[in-house]
Design a binder for this molecule. Sequence first.
Ligand code: NDP
Length: 284
Amino acid sequence: VKSDKILDGKKVAEKVEDNLESEIKSLKEKGIEPGLTVVLVGNDPASQVYVSYKEKACKRVGINSNIVDLPQDVSQEDLLAEIEDLNKDEQVDGILVQLPLPEHIDEEKVIESIVPEKDVDGFHPANVGRLVTQGDMDLAPCTPKGIIEVLNEYNIDIEGKEAVIVGRSNIVGKPIANMLLHNNATVTICHSRTKDLKAHTSQADILIAAVGREEFITADMVKEGAIVIDVGINRTDDGLVGDVEFEAVKEKVAAITPVPGGIGPMTIATLLENTITACEQRRG
Ligand code: NDP
């Protein structure tokens, strides 16, 4: 991909999927049918949408996908028993429990119940640990892995850059911080208790917005010529809006990801990659 100002995550995701298709073909020639199982608890509309995207993406590239639908009031015991069955199922390469889970379920316990070699979300402490200690990207969280792949695809240098992340979730903020650190950026992580956020963001050569507030990052907070990655997905009356005030910020920066069509599609593409990695490592 050539270096455009609008970083086209959709296009990069298509390229990732194309590459996977040939890998999947050669697995199938060896009699291996890669499979992903998504566990969906309850009927949260956003979760249902995400799960359907994942299912469609699996179909596109030739991964067997299976959805285990459990009721909102499923007991933790029954959920853990379901995961135990999937852990043992030879045909299941990847297990993904769609988050968030209902209040009465201990999310950490559920994540830790998935065998690490099938943990395609990369949230199990064993996989988190390998990322932090070794920079291991094999089964790393999908959204931050997608960010790194977009930066690489556009030949954006990370080494030596000031990277500022707004947000410190386990899903995005913390893992992207570690990935950027392993790529030799100087990393700052901001959050809701950060004093003078703008003082930090305006220093960023690479700015990652993972806040969950529409158009929270405004042009005055961004350095001229920066690279801006907008992870936010906020539902508004005007459709999906990112965490960055796109129109104003885009005038100032060297490159920016749009919403939609930026990091969202990459998150799905890296999930497929993780599933194939898990399949190859376990039985390839
Ligand atoms: P969380 O709600 O888990 O985390 C939000 C982070 O933003 C927290 O660390 C919080 O700080 C910080 N924050 C909130 N308010 C402020 C503020 N005023 N100033 C500075 N920091 C603030 O969200 P996620 O990380 O899960 O997701 C972030 C966004 O990315 C959401 O819009 C989500 O929908 C989207 N998303 C998109 C994905 C994709 O595929 N593109 C995948 C995953 C998420 P504190 O820790 O102090 O509370």
